[in-house]
Design a protein around this ligand. Structure first.
Ligand code: URA
Length: 239
């Protein structure tokens, strides 16, 4: 889809109305680790798995109550060596049915957001969720469910080793940054999770309900693009 139409779809056209004023990539807000509520040896074993084993472990996982109501676990999708990694909250009804993240309405918006910055699902982009099984009635995952899934996402991040992570929404941002701060206070800064630069933006499902915040999401995407450019040129200088 041409860029102008994509921006219109996002209610972001004309772009000149938007003021993009974000800090430079050097503003790193700190590094975090998570202390999961799970036996150490189970976690350690997940953290040493390669892709196939990890996929199998997720698909057969019964570590929290979400497995009782899922149709299938939703692992993650995309380029396993991507520079970009996007992390959402958890599968919804459509994702639970199809086994792929972000294939419902929110997913369509996410694809348009990616297109607006010349990215495409699967091409240099990996998409995963904080929890791999659908919370019933699309409720937010409970803290113990997020903790049970923590090693899976941690291992996905370690295997992909993206240059930049974008946390989509509160659940992903709070889990990855191990914080209870709001999206509003986390946006516009460069954080770090698992040693990888991370930017926070709104969840696409929220943006479907809140048109004014689409402009802020566009600012976040511009910030992400600038950050990635900085990271890529730093990597070039280093090599
Ligand atoms: N919302 C998410 O956070 N993830 C999905 O995969 C779908 C909707």
């Amino acid at each position: 889809m041409p860029r102008r139409e994509v921006l219109q779809e996002l209610n972001l056209w004309p772009v000149w109305r938007l003021r993009v004023a974000s800090p430079l990539p050097s503003d790193v807000a700190g590094e975090v680790t998570l202390s999961p509520d799970m036996p150490v040896n189970r976690r350690e074993s997940i953290l040493s798995m390669e892709w196939d084993e990890l996929r199998q472990a997720v698909s057969g996982c019964t570590d929290c109550r979400l497995h009782e109501t899922r149709s299938q676990a939703v692992f993650g999708i995309g380029d396993e060596q991507a520079d970009w990694m996007l992390v959402g909250e958890g599968p919804g009804a459509e994702e639970d049915k199809q086994g792929e993240p972000f294939v419902g309405q929110a997913g369509k918006l996410l694809d348009n957001m990616l297109a607006a910055i010349s990215l495409k699902r699967g091409r240099n982009v990996y998409i995963a969720n904080t929890v791999k099984c659908r919370p019933p009635a699309n409720r937010n995952p409970e803290p113990d469910e997020v903790a049970a899934c923590e090693p899976y996402l941690t291992r996905q991040i370690a295997l992909v080793r993206p240059k930049l992570i974008i946390a989509l929404g509160k659940v992903a941002a709070q889990r990855l940054l191990e914080t209870d701060q709001t999206i509003a206070s986390l946006r516009g800064k460069l954080h770090q999770a698992e040693g990888i630069p991370l930017i926070v933006t709104y969840h696409p499902a929220y943006l479907l309900r809140s048109l004014p915040d689409k402009a802020k999401a566009w600012e976040d995407l511009c910030f992400a693009v600038r950050t990635m450019q900085g990271l890529q040129s730093t990597a070039q200088i280093a090599s």
